[in-house]
Write a protein that binds this ligand. Sequence first.
Ligand code: SF4
Ligand code: SF4
Length: 308
Amino acid sequence: MSAPNPFSTPNPVSRKHPAALAVAVKGRLAAHKWLLLRRATQLGVLGLFLSGPLLGLWVLKGTLASSTLFDTVPFTDPLVFVQSLVTGHALAASAWIGVGLLIVVYMVVGGRSFCSWICPVNLLTDGAHAARVGLDIKGSLPIPRAARWWLLGTVLGVSALTGVIAWETLNPVTLLHRELVFGIFLAGSVAWMLIIGVVLFDTFVTNRGWCGHLCPMGAAYGLIGAASLTRVSGRNRAACDQCQACYHVCPEPHVLTPVLKGAEGSTPLVLSGDCTNCGRCIDVCHRDVFAFTHRFNRSSVPHPHGSP
Ligand code: SF4
Ligand code: SF4
């Protein structure tokens, strides 16, 4: 089979092989660099939580909802913190410090970096997306992306009314992380059914259904992400040949449109808090349109290969 021509225009890639052109132009490793780093980080963070139960070396103790680093530095998930706050219960100083630390971290690296670089559910929902593409399922039940905001409001409303952090008994992120670290619930339990339900929902019902439309934790991190420092820039967008690879891989493809199809002179930065800073658009773009930068860098660079 002949290699795809990377510079014909337009040059659409298939949904099943979105990295094909990037592999042909940049090589397999460069076309998967951020994906590999992301998987290593997700598994590495899980390993830091597992080192205690498995080896007795407690690096990170607890769960993603609330943990401590070396039994000293607290981390508190922002949504868990706000849920606790609205219940009206007094919060320990460590909870305030823990949420402050995480907000500072995510203000730098990007709010929804949690979703793509840390959250274990992302491994499953990315798998569900791959299954969906592999099975060539195209139909997708439309759910407004605002649904996650409604769910977030409901979660906080229920906590305020009941005085209980009820969502954490149902939150697939907390349940999966607890299961992976402590193995405390059994196959066939409600928790497992919820997690499997998320995978089936993403595979057969709505494309990127859970993380992209419903997860209230992602919505909360998206609020931080709207103001965070690290951004993806389409600084070389003049070189785009509309191959569609970035749209195929982006878990929140609507964030790309203002950059690639926005008005003349609009910012090249992906400024939406929905962007997960996964870096996949950087990987699969054979024209090197995208790069990570900071929110104050609005510069563009000339196309290295000349006009398409
Ligand atoms: S930005 Fe890159 S990956 Fe996206 S459509 Fe343009 S050339 Fe393709
Ligand atoms: S714009 Fe790029 S970095 Fe942001 S979510 Fe989409 S693929 Fe990931």
